[in-house]
Design a protein around this ligand. Sequence first.
Ligand code: CO
Length: 486
Amino acid sequence: MKPVTITNTVLRDGHQSLAATRMSTEQMAPIAPLLDEIGFQSLETWGGATIDSCLRFLGENPFDRLDTLKKLAPKTPHQMLLRGQNIVQYTSFPDDVVEAFVACSAKHGMNIFRIFDALNDTRNLVTCIKAVKKAGQHAQGTICYTISPVHTLESFVKLGVELEKLGCDSICIKDMAGLISPSVVGALVKSLKEKVKIPIILHTHSTVGYGPAAYYAAIENGIDTVDCSMVPFANGTGQPDILLTLAMLDNSERRPDYDTSKFPQIREHLEKVYAELGAFTSPQNEKTDADILQYQVPGGMLSNFRNQLKEQGMADRLDDVLKEIPYVRECLGWIPLVTPTSQIVGTQAMLNVKFGRWKMFSQPAMDIALSKYGKTPGPIDPEVLKLAIEKTGQQPVECRPADLLEPRMPKIKAELKAKGYDDSDENAVLWAMFPAELEKVLKGEKPAPIKKPAAPVSEAAKAAVGRKYVLNVDGARHEVVVEEAK
Ligand code: CO
């Protein structure tokens, strides 16, 4: 078998999972050229929550970030995470906005588009897939992995076959909660390899601790690519570490031959950035905890939850809320928990615990029940559906949800013009999703400087400063000293 290849996620999911997506372009710039030299399959640099974070917290134009990173790392394909019809937001957008977004991203150099739908409803992927193909780029279809009575090995393989038929160039098994066990992923990769010809990629998180073992099983069964990050933006709620993955494959014909000589230099820089982002890191995210297996919720969701419950004065109800989640999921057709469904299910579980089941029915949860996000994997609980119909006076949606949306680009462009801003496609697609945040960036307003961390600073971040590391890379020892944070 050919060596497995690695997608490096440190510039997107690595800091999204472990530092609230706060890594700035300035913090990325010094290592982008080094990452480009290693020979990774791709660099995940954009999409997911990074676009929101650029505009909302960092005062950056996300397209400028993409331009900068492409210039600094021109050799390796760049990859982004795209939420299908939701683009990088939480609700559906009309096709014209989706198409313009993909065209702009490709124009600025995006190569691989990993496209997912939270419900695994492929009708929500087709516009993106077509737009990516039209731009001459790589469309990666996604299987969102979750555990439920309606999600079987056969159902995932069937989805894989469908993605290939829809014209996808590769398929990603996206295990956002880190719940895929070695035996399950081994069997899934084996079956997919028998049924589809396009490359298969595994994306997981080390939240539970399965990560490295899941990669090993997937690699043994012929997976083409795995997603890895780099310490300290790896492990815990992030992806497994690259050095660990390489070490795991020592003496295996599947070990990729990467030039690891720059790793210590990259590590040194990342440790410094991690310390700088101390206000956004947390000891809880750095942990690997099999306890999550009983809740089956993504790690990021768990950490958000703790904060939300604290704000609501419900910190002591965490257990009750976590127990309510499977019930809410079942009522809402066993939807996978990934952005935005994880937030919707989590909030509804919280409301159920606080006020009694379905006494407060959130609008987004009603929208799921009415199939406004797409077709749910299992049926909606009849009582819950009845309640949603009564409360809204609406019937469930039968068609592809975006078919109900009017084109929006002309209206957005008129809005931009009326306000005196450039009505470029780039501005228009960002305005469609984040108008208030984009306006601040267009006005050149700088975000408030990061306050010195109030609390809790991650122990690892504190301990990192001044510490000497000895790294063992390909048999050679390297010493790394972490500088004081700015
Ligand atoms: Co992820």
